[in-house]
Design a protein around this ligand. Sequence first.
Ligand code: GTP
Ligand code: MG
Length: 588
Amino acid sequence: MPPRCPGPSHLPLAPFLYPALFRPRYASSSLLRTALSRQARHSSSSSSLNDLPESRLNPAPDDYAAPSFADKAELTLYAGRGGNGCISFHREAYYPDGPPNGGDGGLGGNVYIQAAHGETSLHKLARRRFIRAGRGIHGQGSGKSGMRGSDVVITVPVGTIVQEIERHDPAAEEDMAIRAFQAQKKQRRRELLAQQQLQAEVEEEEEPQETDRHSRWKNPEDDYDPDADDPERGKWLLYPGMSKTDVKTAEFPKLPKRTRLFQQPPPPIYLDLSKPTPTPILLAAGGIGGLGNPHFTSRQHPKPMFATKGDEAVTLKISLELKLLADVGLVGLPNAGKSTLLRALTNSRTRVGNWAFTTLQPNIGTVVLDKYSGRPSVKAAQTTTDDGAIGGPRTRFTVADIPGLVEGAHLDRGLGIAFLRHVERAGLLAFVIDLSAGNAVKALQSLWREVGLYAEMRQDEERSREIESRVDWDLVSQASRGPINLMGASYGTSLPPMQEAQTRKAAPALEIAGKPWFVVATKADLPETQENFKELKTYLDNVTEGREQHPSGVEGAWTKRCAAIPVSAIKGKGVDRIIHWTVGLLDE
Ligand SMILES: Nc1nc2c(ncn2[C@@H]2O[C@H](COP(=O)(O)OP(=O)(O)OP(=O)(O)O)[C@@H](O)[C@H]2O)c(=O)[nH]1
Ligand SMILES: [Mg+2]
């Protein structure tokens, strides 16, 4: 669907922004005013660029909401352990010796993760550091089973990448120990049998001799009870009233095989939550509850004095990294007026100041497209939800304001590289260019150069990560088959991780250069900016028509409708056109 805003060739020079262009007779007086205002600007100690009255769009440097933003967090997740089974017997008047009636232990709580719209930062999680699910309640007498531990759902912003750092799974370790012990036991039994056979053969051959006095001594190994250090014994819970010898000699039935209701995802967990997840994704599964004593009633054990313990639960250390998923990413040099533009577009209260690097952390604002909020009512096309269903018309879009880029930002100069990844995922890019700060075309080209170089660098990084994930570091473990993508598993639509990486490799640096973009030529209220804007507009028309290369120099990059929209963010003028243009591009 074509944007509702006229194309770049039709974008008129706004008369409200360029009075001088439309009324040339005032040119000289406007020049005079510029000189005066510049003088005033340099002489004044105020951070404001102008002599305009203070307002929401021209705030004092200290008028801002303290940003609380974090794009990284490390969390330790504790799933809940299972409750123990109960050992109890029915007691009633005139019925002294009732049957066993201990309840089962409850299942431990799970820890899930869910990506949801509306969340924009990881700062709350970064502060929490530990997340615990509830433990299963122990079983009780009279057949009362314990309650399930409460689950915890971690809600993260869409665009979060989850990576496992470390895990401790006592239940899995115990299972392994039991299996190893049983294999050892089998081997020992086989050896003993072979030894006995050999001894019998030797005794048959040799004549019976008078038994040696020492041979009557007991071999100390005969006393060795192999079952004493059976790890399975640790799984049993005994009646507290039993004596020590009873405990030592207690014989247990075979442990019943139990399958987990919630399977712990195999390591290493790697999730790219680039879509909202309709259902939470399991990260750490709670332990299974123990069984009460009625489960073990048999002919040998009519009154079982034992029950099983609940399973210990998984502890998982994960790292979260957020790549903001705003619809529009504002890219510009420092002090270009990005934050002022965000204030003009949204209700955001980001910091504005007349110096470079006022913004130190990304800010996200939401543009609400309804007529009740004072915003323009833009008739947007029907949106499709993430599962492909047709949703209602677009009611909002988000804008990300990131710290300014300087030359060499991709090499981590300035504040650049840490924030460029937020642009990487924006649906479209808006290049904010200060018309009063030198040649706009050159500024646009240098911004695109930085973004392009960053894209190339990311691509190399991705490739080396993919190669690394092909190496099977742990040849013993079946599970270590490189990062698993649970999103793929739950949706069944995305490709397997390896194939996905290959398709990503097939698309070259177009990942960013292929995005739709436009230029916001800001500070157009300042005089002497008309020529600069005209030059920029001619350049962009040439790019659209193919006479000029895409400013990043990437072949096949998006050049469908390169537009420059003149605005004065500080006066809130021309801002509605950005909203219309953006909605048009987003709905395409
Ligand atoms: N005259 C005029 N001044 C503007 C306009 N937009 C922003 N400014 C001024 O330009 C200065 C810088 O604005 P910011 O919004 O902080 O710029 P920024 O791009 O966010 O800067 P960094 O966060 O440092 O990258 C402030 O003094 C604003 O008042 C505009 O449209 N017209
Ligand atoms: Mg800023």
